[in-house]
Design a protein around this ligand. Structure first.
Ligand code: HSE
Length: 305
């Protein structure tokens, strides 16, 4: 089969953790970064468009390009020269998996142009190794809500059904928080009490997502592994949480490592939840873009252009 010299890769944003599922569950959402790769006779180059474009490195240390290179190094193959055009729609460093979109796109572009291909399982293993945890890269690649269980090159990826009336409302503030900083505040050890709390809540989360049962979701979104430590990095966390509950949302969690806050709601209450999240943050002097998103079911798509 003839292959094209240019491809367009679309990768969805993701929201990881969903409260009690720290580092193991994530959901793909219908907001997408796009990456155009064209084989080139000239030295590799980049063009970037979209919000935050000035923050993207145009050199070899670019995460997208590093992931592209990693693929060829893994197979001991020469690295082709490419022109890469990045179109940013997923806000950077906000807890919506922008890094995961770059890692997945870099690996899949490399796999497309390579004379030797890797299986989906091997590509996922590489993506997880680059990111360090599976909860963004796996749903970004596969779509849907996915629980990842395993280690190193031995993972199970379990799709979790989400009830069709669950809305994912993301409130994206106009400040950044690095995953590194958000992980630096986590404790080195936890009590049995807190571990048991999270096991129980995570079990309930899976059933709550499946059934959309309000009481279950409301309880399930509580967590003791990361949010109690991270919330002080996000001004207004407690006030917005309270406002979401008052507006009849199921609850609110930190999206990934933050600072984006994710509320789950039924479609009936979604508009009110959007309004209170925006207003509460604005009353604290923080501008936020609040969007109601749906689950992405397709994952990464590659199109020849
Ligand atoms: N599970 C990760 C975290 C996601 O919360 O730190 C962020 O990349």
């Amino acid at each position: 089969m003839n292959q094209s010299n240019s491809i367009l890769i679309q990768v969805p944003a993701t929201t990881a953790n969903l409260g009690s599922g720290f580092d193991c569950i994530g959901t793909a959402l219908n907001l997408y970064n796009e990456f155009e790769f064209s084989l080139s006779d000239e030295k590799t180059s980049f063009t970037v468009v979209g919000d935050g474009q000035e923050k993207i490195s145009l050199k070899d240390d670019n995460l997208l390009y590093q992931s592209f290179v990693k693929f060829y190094q893994h197979l001991n193959l020469p690295i082709p020269e490419v022109h890469i055009k990045i179109s940013i729609k997923v806000p950077l460093a906000r807890g919506l998996g922008s890094s995961a979109t770059a890692i997945v796109a870099g690996l899949l572009a490399a796999n497309y142009f390579s004379p030797q291909k890797l299986s989906q399982e091997n590509l996922l293993n590489l993506a997880i190794a680059i990111e360090g945890h599976p909860d963004n890269v796996v749903p970004a690649f596969l779509g849907n809500c996915i629980l990842s269980v395993g280690k190193e090159n031995n993972w199970h990826f379990i799709p979790i059904n989400c009830h069709e009336d669950i809305k994912f409302i993301v409130a994206i503030p106009d400040f950044e928080l690095s995953t590194e900083e958000a992980r630096s505040v986590l404790p080195k050890q936890l009590s049995y009490h807190d571990a048991i709390f999270n096991i129980a809540h995570f079990g309930l989360l899976i059933k709550g997502l499946e059934t959309g049962k309000k009481d279950w979701l409301k309880e399930a979104l509580n967590d003791k592994l990361h949010q109690p430590y991270r919330k002080s990095l996000i001004k207004g966390y407690d006030q917005i949480h309270e406002a979401v509950i008052q507006a009849q949302g199921y609850g609110m969690v930190i999206s990934g490592a933050g600072p984006t806050l994710l509320a789950l709601s039924s479609s009936l209450h979604a508009e009110k939840v959007i309004k209170v999240m925006k207003d509460t943050w604005e009353n604290l002097g923080i501008k936020a873009d609040v969007k109601c998103l749906d689950l992405d079911t397709k994952g990464t798509i590659i199109r020849e252009i």
